[in-house]
Design a protein around this ligand. Structure first.
Ligand code: IPE
Ligand code: MG
Length: 249
């Protein structure tokens, strides 16, 4: 499919999720099955990122959050991390004009202090260049961990308490949300994890409290529109009660 061609819309009447959050897993296994180095799996995964961004933008998804690199992933061998960073950099660089044209707003969440200053510069520039766009928000979680996010939020609140700008009893879930890296974004409606594992792996722990969870056996480099459509249809069938009960008829 070309970049300008429209994806066929999902069944009429189906409302797409507003915020989709994805754990892109299975690159290593995809490569191993082909007797290739793990890094080749990551390279192939870029295609799946492109397909996913395009499909979600076309379907009217408002926010797409991709887990690119967890805080824990940073402990992988240096060559693998180097490839991931290099890929990350070249994808942001190459895709930026296309994303700008599509009106996509980029936002990065995570602790990027460990990244090279070159990469940090790219991240800041990409955010700046797309900040006034009004299309889909593409959130890239890099160096991200749900526990890290919660911890940094608590540290900021603690500083306010210490400065006597806030009393502990004034801390509410809303106040917590204002300190999380996802401030201003609605919580994800649909979580997708590829690669067959059924766990959250320290992704958006607070934000996924009421999210519908879809686990796919497909390895990330093979992830495509057909599987995304399956996930959206699964989401459309869910009845979301947010802890309440369905109203009696
Ligand atoms: C996911 O693929 C990509 C990243 C974590 C960056 P993996 O590298 O975890 O692939 P598997 O799980 O080993 O197959
Ligand atoms: Mg994995």
């Amino acid at each position: 499919m070309s970049l300008t061609e429209k994806a066929s819309p999902i069944a009429p009447g189906i409302t797409p999720p507003r915020h989709v959050a994805i754990v892109m897993d299975g690159n290593g296994r995809w490569a191993r099955a082909r007797h290739l180095p793990r890094t080749e799996g990551h390279r192939q995964g870029v295609g799946a990122v492109r397909r996913t961004v395009r499909f979600c933008a076309e379907q009217g998804v408002e926010v797409l959050t991709l887990f690119a690199l967890s805080s824990e992933n940073l402990q992988r061998p240096k060559v693998e991390i180097a490839t991931l960073f290099e890929l990350f950099l070249s994808v942001v660089d190459q895709e930026l004009p296309q994303l700008e044209k599509a009106g996509v707003r980029l936002r990065f969440i995570g602790d990027i202090h460990a990244f090279s200053s070159r990469l940090q510069g790219y991240i800041h520039r990409a955010q700046e260049r797309t900040r006034d766009n009004t299309g889909m928000t593409l959130v890239i979680a890099a160096g991200y961990g749900g526990r890290w996010d919660l911890t940094q939020a608590m540290q900021r609140l603690a500083l306010q308490v210490q400065a006597q700008a806030l009393r502990p009893e004034q801390i509410t879930p809303q106040l917590m949300e204002e300190q999380l890296t996802t401030v201003g974004l609605a919580d994800p409606d649909l979580f997708i994890r590829t690669g067959g594992e059924q766990r959250l792996s320290n992704f958006l722990l607070w934000q996924l409290a009421y999210t519908e969870l879809f686990f796919s056996e497909v390895l990330w480099p093979d992830f495509d529109e057909t599987e995304l459509q399956r996930a959206f249809e699964f989401y459309a069938k869910r009845e979301r009660r947010f802890g309440r009960i369905t109203e009696a008829k």
